[in-house]
Design a binder for this molecule. Structure first.
Ligand SMILES: [Zn+2]
Length: 208
């Protein structure tokens, strides 16, 4: 029983300061200097990080369905890596922010049916999963986004959060939420709350 410190370094994701299409993202990815972090976001060491390869992840965007590369950097001071996630994706979700935003607006704001809503067509369960997570996250989003925009009069938190995201812009809101308050637009998966990093402590008795 008890709590032990995990020895595994926690990987950290930060946002690649890039706004553009998936194709434009891919084209500029070969240059490691373009967005090289000048200091370490984890240990605050002041030296520029070293390019450390890529990992791949799948992405579904309005006009793209495939694999993208995500650049990694290594900090020599703390020996931990940082990955630079493009701004059009949400951590741990396969679909792009644009696809998710279009779907949520159609489904929750315009009250369209699932079938009529988002391009591209997708499984029913995936949309329901986003709706469920967005509903659970709506109140926290309203509170966090009040730093960017006036809370709009709305019948509930879901509609208010959507209105605030629309007035701010989803990418701008995501950038602020993720970079400044480490808040995931749809909520972090279990085990990564509250700031998107694995808990430092893990209980041997924790349920799966
Ligand atoms: Zn470091």
């Amino acid at each position: 029983m008890g709590v032990r410190t995990s020895q595994k370094p926690s990987p950290m994701q930060i946002l690649h300061p890039f706004a553009g299409s998936v194709q434009q993202y891919n084209e500029q990815l070969s240059n490691p200097d373009a967005h090289r972090p000048g200091s370490c976001p984890q240990c605050q060491d002041k030296h520029p990080l070293t390019a450390h390869g890529f990992y791949t992840r799948t992405l579904i965007d309005t006009a793209f369905d495939g694999v993208i590369r995500v650049r990694r950097y290594l900090c020599h001071a703390c020996r931990r890596t940082v990955s630079l996630l493009p701004e059009f994706v949400l951590p741990y979700l396969r679909s792009s922010l644009t696809v998710i935003a279009l779907f949520l607006i159609a489904r929750l704001l315009l009250a369209q049916t699932l079938a009529a809503s988002a391009p591209p067509p997708m499984p029913y369960q995936r949309g329901q999963f986003w709706v469920r997570r967005f509903r659970a996250q709506a109140q926290a989003l309203c509170a966090a986004l009040a730093a960017l925009t006036q809370p709009a009069p709305a019948p509930d938190f879901v509609h208010r959060a959507l209105a605030m995201l629309e007035s701010t812009g989803w990418i701008v809101a995501h950038r602020f939420l993720f970079a400044s308050v480490r808040c995931h637009l749809l909520g972090w998966p279990r085990g990564l709350a509250p700031d998107g990093r694995r808990a430092t402590f893990s209980s041997a008795a924790a349920p799966a």
